[in-house]
Design a protein around this ligand. Structure first.
Ligand SMILES: [Zn+2]
Ligand SMILES: [Zn+2]
Length: 297
C-alpha cells in the first residue's frame, strides 16, 4: 500500500508582514501507479466527497463570497477548465458530512482505509469516479516506522483509490487562535494540503500521469532516504507538489487574494500548481499523452 504524507510545517512570524517558512519533511514512499480513472476518455466526472469527524470540521469562510475551501475550488476549476470534464467538489461545509466521533486518537493507513470504506457514499459508475477526503480529529501512525505517532503529518494519500486523510489537530496547532474560521495561515495550510494530496491521488508527479516536461524531483546527490521522499514530487520549490514546500510566497499570495479578490475575478485566480504540474494534469485529462502536440488540426 502506498502512502503519501505531507508533514511538519515549521512556521516563523514577523509582525506586520506575516511570513511563513514551511518545511514539509517527508512523503516517504515508493510511488506506484495510481492514476484515477478520471484520465480515461469515458470517465467525465470527478466527485470529491468530503467528510469530517466531530471536532475536525474544515474552516468556514465567513466572507460569504466563495466556497469555504475557496482556494481548493479555484485550483480545481482551473485544472479542469479546458478538459471537457467536470469536477464536483464539496467545498462548502454545508455539503460535507459530519461522520460523528471516531474512536481512537491515532490512525494507521489500514484503519483510515476502513473508516473511508464505512463512510464513503458516492457511487461510481462508468462515467464517474471519486476522491474521498476525511478530516480526522487525530494523528497519523505509521505502521512501518518505529515512531509511534507522527504528530507533524498534516495529510496522507492512501492506496490508489483516492482516499485522503487530513489531520486537523496538526493544522489547528499551527496558530494560537482556534476559531471556526481559522487564521489565514491555518486556512492556507488546510487547503494547500488538500491540493497536494489531490495531486498525489490523481497521479502527479510521474506517478501514473506522464511528465510532459522533465520536472520530477530525482535528486542525484541525495541519499537513498531523501531520494525516496522526493520521489513522486515536483522539483519546483514554488509548486504545491514540491516535497518540502517553502510556502512563503504562496501564503503571501493567498493572503492578498483573500483580502482583495475574494475569488470572484477569474483573471486573478491563484494557482498553487506550477506550469509543469498543470500541464501534466490538463494533458492527461484531455486524454493526450504529450505526443503529437503539433497535430492540432
Ligand atoms: Zn507528497
Ligand atoms: Zn509542480
Amino acid at each position: 500500500m502506498v502512502v503519501y504524507c505531507l508533514q511538519n510545517y515549521q512556521i516563523s512570524f514577523s509582525f506586520l508582514f506575516v511570513s511563513c517558512l514551511v518545511a514539509l519533511s517527508g512523503c516517504s514512499n515508493v510511488p506506484a501507479p495510481s492514476v484515477l480513472a478520471i484520465t480515461r476518455p469515458e470517465v467525465t466526472k470527478l466527485y470529491i466527497e468530503v467528510d469530517y469527524e466531530n471536532g475536525a470540521k474544515p474552516y468556514v469562510n465567513l466572507s460569504d463570497v466563495g466556497a469555504d475551501l475557496e482556494l481548493v475550488q479555484e485550483n480545481l476549476d482551473v485544472l479542469f477548465a479546458a478538459s471537457g470534464k467536470q469536477v464536483i467538489a464539496e467545498t462548502d461545509v454545508d455539503d460535507m458530512e459530519n461522520i460523528g466521533e471516531i474512536e481512537g486518537e491515532t490512525f494507521t493507513s489500514t484503519q483510515l482505509l476502513e473508516i473511508s470504506n464505512r463512510h464513503r457514499t458516492f457511487v461510481e459508475d462508468v462515467t464517474s469516479t471519486s476522491i474521498h477526503i476525511m478530516f480526522i480529529d487525530g494523528f497519523f501512525r505509521d505502521e512501518k516506522k518505529d515512531v509511534e505517532v507522527q504528530e507533524g503529518v498534516v495529510g496522507v494519500t492512501i492506496g490508489d483509490g483516492g482516499t485522503i486523510a487530513i489531520f486537523k489537530p496538526v493544522i489547528a496547532q499551527m496558530d494560537r487562535s482556534q476559531s471556526e474560521t481559522g487564521t489565514l495561515l491555518q486556512r492556507y495550510v488546510e487547503q494547500s494540503t488538500i491540493l497536494h494530496e489531490f495531486g498525489h491521488a490523481v497521479g502527479l508527479v510521474e506517478n501514473g500521469i506522464p511528465a510532459i516536461n522533465d520536472h520530477h524531483d530525482d535528486c542525484e546527490e541525495c541519499d537513498e532516504e531523501e531520494a525516496k521522499e522526493r520521489s513522486g514530487h515536483c522539483e519546483n520549490p514554488n509548486c504545491v507538489m514540491y516535497y518540502q514546500n517553502s510556502g512563503g510566497l504562496g501564503f503571501e499570495n493567498f493572503r492578498f487574494q483573500v483580502r482583495f479578490f475574494q475569488g470572484d475575478d477569474a483573471s486573478q485566480r491563484f494557482l498553487l500548481f506550477d506550469d509543469d504540474c498543470q500541464l501534466d494534469l490538463q494533458t492527461a485529462l484531455r486524454g493526450e499523452q504529450g505526443e503529437d502536440e503539433d497535430d492540432a488540426s
